[in-house]
Design a protein around this ligand. Structure first.
Ligand code: GAR
Length: 191
């Protein structure tokens, strides 16, 4: 099995779905660690309730110090790859270069449209009739790495940010675990 670390910043609904996937006996993943940059995030407790080690590393104001602390924790646990599941910090090139094709992210839009932290709001403001979610590899340029999978969601006239984000997250919850599994499989069979 591949050793996986999940990075979160919030409620961790995607993280829970990754944990569920890894609990499947036929999975190629072991979720070894959850890292969260926010001490008050609900996801930390939710991971612990599921028996997963979850630690908080506050981001502070120095990105290199922050990433160095993360790196040490990953190395200690022999992590093979990282899933960003609602992790709202930008990783430096120095960090992403250490994990080429070994970091995947879930983003709530059809990339390359609506990059950044307000993807759902930007899609509504643009008046698009379809949006969705994207799973992609993480590279130095934000939300621009190679796309692995996408799912489409129709935007209804009465949607607001909350209703639209809920619909997008339903798609994320089914898509991201499948993508994690595909990446894990490719790592396990290439070792
Ligand atoms: C997810 O919808 C994810 O796509 C989004 O944050 C949410 C986290 O929800 N990520 C981004 O916007 C990244 N730019 P969760 O904590 O319940 O999984």
């Amino acid at each position: 099995r591949a050793n996986v670390a999940v990075f979160i910043s919030g409620t961790g609904s995607n993280m829970i779905n990754l944990i569920n996937q890894a609990s499947n006996p036929s999975s190629h993943c072991t979720i070894r660690l959850v890292i969260c940059n926010k001490p008050e995030a609900k996801g930390l407790e939710r991971a612990r309730e599921r028996g997963i080690e979850a630690i908080c590393i506050p981001h502070g104001d120095d990105r290199h110090v922050f990433e160095n602390k993360i790196y040490q924790e990953l190395i200690k646990r022999d992590i093979d790859f990282i899933c960003l599941a609602g992790f709202m910090r930008i990783l430096t090139g120095e960090f992403t270069q250490k994990w080429v094709n070994r970091i995947i992210n879930i983003h709530p839009s059809l990339l390359p449209s609506f990059k950044g932290k307000d993807a759902v709001k930007l899609a509504l403001e643009a008046g698009v009739k379809v949006t969705g979610c994207t799973a992609h590899f993480v590279s130095e340029e934000v939300d621009a790495g190679k796309i692995i999978a996408q799912e489409v969601v129709a935007v209804e006239d009465n949607d607001d940010e909350k209703t639209l984000h809920t619909k997008i997250q339903e798609k994320e919850h089914s898509m991201f675990p499948k993508v994690m599994e595909i990446v894990a499989k490719s790592i396990v069979f290439s070792i």
